[in-house]
Design a protein around this ligand. Structure first.
Ligand code: GAF
Length: 377
């Protein structure tokens, strides 16, 4: 399909097609930029890039999903585009890659993605990692998943202008089929966690547009950094719940709540790794419920629609599955770890109640845990 678009546009066949996945986070929200733990899985939605290396340093690109827009630029002159935001993911990523590998050649590209954009499933990280996979492969650049993730994050922080952590790029690069991954966002090491047999990753898009997301995200980051500074520690990863409790009277209520979410979420996330590997869905279910409540009451990043979805799905799953908001928050998706025999019932529950309550229609994606772009290198 993407190859046909390439042939139609460039009048020759692409040399190769590359892919990088989006992700869903099972637990560990906003912990990545606090040097903490996250437990995401790569999913079978992602970005495809059909590409052929050129002999010069020109990049030509056709973006099928951005209304068939095109863009061309030269690797010697990479500037921010104020007209075409999507092209900044390519430009920023190549700028970072090029600063380490200056002799890169250009390419003809067609890009196409099916990660629903702006819903907390990391369409941008999957775009950055797909570009890094494409150019490192075509130019024979030795790049592993961790290096690629750091480059993608740098592009997003310094070129695109979003102050995100490392989770999304790491899992898009290093995900493993059938598994979630416990990522230690300080040491950048990871451990796999089995998605138990017979469980589906049911993602429900609330279709609440993620308003305020950039400004609120950055505010949360600043509040967490202020809390760590109060304790004279490098990050909230280094503060215990006992220390926090003892200091409660000396902190503003908001800073206390934000820190409480991060500290307790780190503990829940490492416990979730054990629960998944032991196929202990009762514990996993409890941890996901506590995580959602912590995001709702302490970190204050959920919406009424997300809370409602979590409530009704939780009632359907009981302790056979777990459900919580996933991603940056303020709209977007929930993740329900769902036994296969309850998927139809979860759909029916949403169908029967969500629109009547909120006036919105939810989209349900039944996903599997997929392989990352650099996992087999
Ligand atoms: C967004 C960010 F990009 C991640 O780094 C992470 O902080 C997440 O929000 C919240 O857990 O996806």
């Amino acid at each position: 399909m993407i190859s046909e678009h390439f042939i139609q546009h460039y009048h020759y066949a692409p040399a190769q097609v590359f892919h990088a996945p989006g992700r869903v986070n099972l637990i560990g929200e906003h912990t990545d930029y606090n040097d903490g733990f996250v437990l995401p899985a790569a999913i079978n939605f992602g970005t495809d890039i059909a590409a052929t290396l050129r002999s010069d340093r020109t990049i030509n690109v056709l973006a099928i999903d951005c209304n068939g827009e095109t863009n061309s630029f030269n690797l010697d002159n990479i500037e921010f585009s104020t007209e075409q935001m999507w092209v900044n993911y390519i430009r920023g990523t190549l700028k970072v890659l090029q600063s380490a590998f200056p002799d890169m050649r250009g390419a003809d590209l067609v890009v196409s993605g099916n990660v629903p954009q702006g819903t907390g499933l990391s369409s941008s990280a999957s775009f950055e990692i797909a570009i890094l996979k494409t150019f490192s492969s075509l130019n024979n650049i030795p790049l592993d998943g961790v290096k690629a993730a750091l480059m993608g994050q740098k592009a997003e922080n310094e070129f695109v202008g979003c102050n995100c952590g490392i989770m999304d790029q790491l899992i898009s690069a290093l995900g493993k089929a059938g598994h979630a991954m416990l990522l230690d966002c300080r040491s950048l090491t990871f451990e796999h966690a089995i998605i138990p047999e017979g469980m589906s990753l049911v993602i429900v898009n609330s279709n609440v547009k993620r308003g305020l997301v950039d400004s609120e995200y950055n505010t949360r980051r600043e509040q967490c950094e202020a809390a760590a500074k109060h304790f004279n520690k490098p990050a909230l990863r280094d503060v215990t719940l006992t220390e926090l409790t003892q200091e409660k009277a000396n902190l503003t209520p908001v800073i206390y709540q934000r820190a409480k979410h991060i500290i307790t979420e780190n503990t829940r996330t490492t416990q979730a790794l054990k629960a998944l590997n032991a196929n202990d869905m009762v514990t996993m279910s409890q941890l996901m419920t506590q995580s959602h409540l912590s995001m709702k009451n302490d970190f204050e990043i959920t919406t009424a629609e997300l809370d409602f979805l979590v409530d009704i799905i939780d009632t359907t799953l009981g302790q056979r599955g777990g459900v919580r908001m996933t991603g940056g928050g303020f709209g977007g998706c929930i993740i329900a770890l769902t036994p296969d025999d309850l998927v139809a019932q979860v759909r029916a529950t949403i169908q029967a109640q969500y629109q009547a309550k909120t006036g919105l229609q939810a989209d349900v994606y039944v996903c599997i845990a997929a392989e990352g772009a650099f996992s087999n290198d």
